[in-house]
Design a protein around this ligand. Sequence first.
Ligand code: ATP
Ligand code: MG
Length: 288
Amino acid sequence: MVEAPEAVPEERRWKLADFDIGKPLGRGKFGNVYLAREKRSKYVVALKVLFKNQLQQSQVEHQLRREIEIQSHLRHPNILRLYGYFYDQNRVYLILEYAAKGELYKELQRCKVFSEKRAATYIASLARALMYCHEKHVIHRDIKPENLLIGMKGELKIADFGWSVHTFNRRRTMCGTLDYLPPEMVENKEHDASVDVWSLGVLCYEFLFGTPPFEAQKLSDTYRRIVRVDLKFPIKPVISTAAKDLICQLLCKDSSQRLPLKELLAHPWITANADPSGIYAGCGGASA
Ligand code: ATP
Ligand code: MG
């Protein structure tokens, strides 16, 4: 993992003039993300610019504070670092680790499906990152391809921390996707860290088959399929029994029956397929 140099200490007071701003990396809900370089250290980062008035209008200032609080304290090779933040009259700026290979979502769109080796490597690295979070009593609750970025070496980086409650509320009222939520969350019941285990099952299925398992035209049908755990495996592509076994052990309605992350890492499909480095080197190339 490439650590920020000494010149990017956490407690420093940053300002926009400390950075050279480069190309836009993407458009977010509350502003844009730019490639940027800290002038003194020449350290390359992603600068996420959020407009205060939009944050206020959507009443998410609280969530943003929580996201900053949570993400800035997490240190893991598969979790996007948040180095710091600053603000001016109209904007809030987040100084983020730059994920050079962009969004996993786009990679999956490009490849349609991932090979079992690639899927297992990603799932194992996410399981390790989530174990680290859960040890710190942090539940992500919003694991899905759109929130996963790819680093320089092809390693996955979990992004978008602390937005979970807000995203959940937003999703429910704004006809977004329910696809990655477990039964207890769509039914508005109590939930714990095992919600992230469920999402790993959904993600693993989507990596291998190209679509999330409970996808449906209508939101109400996705809801029904999730609460019934209406899980079907397509005939094509041909996927190993071991992969399907793991998915079934993650997508359990009873959250206490879901495979613990530690056991996931010891599952035969993971041990046979996942690259121990956590890096899928073929990313960006022609293969899946
Ligand atoms: P949220 O999901 O929290 O509402 P958002 O969707 O408004 O956030 P992001 O997803 O954080 O905004 O950023 C928008 C886009 O910018 C991303 O989809 C991605 O393409 C790009 N991007 C964001 N952060 C980074 C980063 N650290 N490195 C590279 N690209 C990034
Ligand atoms: Mg996003």
